[in-house]
Write a protein that binds this ligand. Structure first.
Ligand code: GCO
Ligand code: MG
Length: 402
C-alpha cells in the first residue's frame, strides 16, 4: 500500500485547524491533526517542506518505521512543531491501516477495555456564584466530572474564565492580548470557590481545576494543601514542568492529585515525573506527543507507576485528535479521564465524526479507522485567519507564565 499523495488543509471554522490528508494507491486515505494553536503555520511549513516529500512512495503499512524515520532522521529531535507534524502522519497512517482492515482503531490497539470514556467539561464563571451555576448546568447535562474556573476579584481578563459559554479560549487576536495576573489574589480566592461548589453540589461530581502554570512550587504546595478538604479529582499544571524535579516539593506537601503534560511532546518530558510518582495523571495527547505510536509508549511507561492518562482535549485540538484520542482511551488500560470541550457546530460540520456523548461518557463509534473525516469543500469556505494566544504580566508589568 503505497503513499501516493499527502496534502495539508488549513481551515478556520471559528478557529484555525491544520489537517494532513494522506492518500494511497489502494484508494484508502487517512487524516491526521497537526494543529498548534497560535503557531499553525510553523507546522504547515514543517510538513510541506520537510515531511511530505519523504513520505511519497513509502509503504503506508509501516507505521513504526515511518515514525522512527521522521523522529530519528530529523536529527533535531522533539519540540512542539516536529512532534505535531509526526503526530499528523502517524494518526493518518493508523487511520489508513484500520480502514483497510475494516475495523475501528481501538480494535487494532488491542480492543475495548471499557464501554465509554469518562470526560470532563469546562465550567467557567465570572465569579464564584456564576461558576457554581455553570457547574450545575454541566451536572444537568449528565457530566460526571467538571473543571471549575472562576474570575478573580481584581484580576482583569484572566485567560480561561468568565465567558460562560462552551466554546471559550480562542486565540483571539492577530497580536497577543495582554492579561494581568496576581497569584496572591488567586490563592485567596480559589479555596472559597471549591468550598461553595461542594456546599451546593456535594461530593458526588468529580471536580477538577487548572492553574495554567502560574504558580511557584511552594505556592503550588500551598494551593494543593488548601484544597484537600474539597477532594479534587485533580489539580492541573500548577507550575511549569521544564524542571521536573520541582514537583518533588509540591508532592511532599499535599495529597491533592496532580495532573501535568498538555504541553509535553515526548516521554522524555515526563519520565522523571512518572517514575518518581510525582504526578497522578499524564495529560499528553495524540497530537501533542507524536501520535498514537508515541502516546501508547508514554501510557505503558506510566502504567508501571500507576499513573493514569488524562488526555488534553481543548477545542484548539481538532475533532481528528478527539476521535483518535477516544479510540486510544477506549483501549488504554490505565485510563483516567478525557478532557472534552465541545467544538462549535461549524467545526463539527467541517469534520464529520462517529463519536458521540451520552450521560457523561464519550463513545468513539464503530466506523473503520478513527472515525473522523474532513469535508474539504466546506473547509475551503473558511480560510486561515491569523490569531494568537494571549500573554500574561504581573501587576508590576513583569512577563509571567500563563
Ligand atoms: C486545558 C488547557 C487549554 C490550553 C490550550 C492552549 O487544560 O484545556 O489549558 O485550554 O490553554 O489548549 O492552546
Ligand atoms: Mg490545561
Amino acid at each position: 500500500m503505497i503513499i501516493t499523495s499527502a496534502r495539508v488543509i488549513v481551515t478556520c471554522p471559528g478557529r484555525n485547524f491544520v489537517t494532513l490528508k494522506i492518500e494511497t494507491d489502494q484508494g484508502v486515505y487517512g487524516i491526521g491533526d497537526a494543529t498548534l494553536n497560535g503557531r499553525e503555520k510553523a507546522v504547515v511549513a514543517y510538513l510541506e517542506e520537510h515531511v511530505i516529500p519523504v513520505l511519497i512512495g513509502r509503504d503506508a503499512r509501516r507505521i513504526e518505521d515511518i515514525w522512527q524515520y521522521l523522529y530519528r532522521g530529523a536529527y533535531w529531535r522533539r519540540g512542539p512543531v516536529t512532534m505535531r507534524a509526526i503526530a499528523a502522519v502517524d494518526v493518518a497512517l493508523w487511520d489508513i491501516k484500520a480502514k483497510a482492515l475494516g475495523c475501528p482503531l481501538y480494535d487494532l490497539l488491542g480492543g475495548k477495555s471499557r464501554e465509554g470514556v469518562m470526560v470532563y467539561g469546562h465550567a467557567n464563571g465570572t465569579d464564584i456564584a456564576h461558576t457554581v451555576d455553570e457547574v450545575g448546568r454541566y451536572i444537568e447535562m449528565g457530566y460526571k466530572a467538571i473543571r471549575a474556573q472562576s474570575g478573580i476579584p481584581g484580576v482583569d481578563k484572566a485567560y480561561g474564565v468568565g465567558r460562560g459559554d462552551m466554546f471559550y479560549e480562542p486565540a483571539d487576536a492577530a497580536l497577543p492580548t495582554e492579561t494581568i495576573w496576581s497569584t496572591s489574589k488567586y490563592l485567596a480566592h480559589t479555596p472559597k470557590l471549591f468550598e461553595a461548589l461542594r456546599d451546593k453540589h456535594g461530593f458526588d461530581p468529580h471536580l477538577l481545576h487548572d492553574a495554567h502554570h502560574r504558580l511557584t512550587p511552594l505556592e503550588s504546595a500551598q494551593l494543593g494543601k488548601s484544597l484537600e478538604p474539597y477532594r479534587l479529582f485533580w489539580l492541573e499544571d500548577l507550575t511549569p514542568a521544564e524542571n521536573q524535579e520541582s514537583f518533588r516539593l509540591i508532592r511532599q506537601h499535599t495529597t491533592t492529585p496532580l495532573a501535568v503534560g498538555e504541553i509535553f511532546n515526548t516521554l522524555w518530558d515526563c519520565k522523571d515525573l512518572i517514575q518518581e510518582q510525582l504526578i497522578d495523571y499524564i495529560r499528553t495527547t495524540i497530537v501533542g506527543a507524536g501520535g498514537v505510536t508515541h502516546l501508547r509508549r508514554i501510557a505503558d511507561f506510566a502504567a508501571v507507576w500507576q499513573v493514569r492518562t488524562g488526555c488534553h482535549g481543548a477545542t484548539d485540538l481538532s475533532p481528528v485528535t478527539m476521535g483518535a484520542a477516544l479510540h486510544f482511551d477506549t483501549w488504554v488500560p490505565n485510563f483516567g479521564i478525557q478532557e472534552y470541550m465541545r467544538h462549535t457546530p461549524e467545526t463539527d460540520a467541517v469534520f464529520p465524526h462517529a463519536y458521540s456523548f451520552e450521560a457523561g461518557l464519550l463513545f468513539p463509534g464503530e466506523a473503520p479507522g478513527h472515525g473522523v473525516d474532513i469535508d474539504e469543500a466546506l473547509a475551503a469556505k473558511y480560510p486561515y485567519d491569523p490569531k494568537q494566544l494571549p500573554v500574561a504580566r504581573l501587576e508590576d508589568g513583569t512577563m509571567w507564565n500563563w
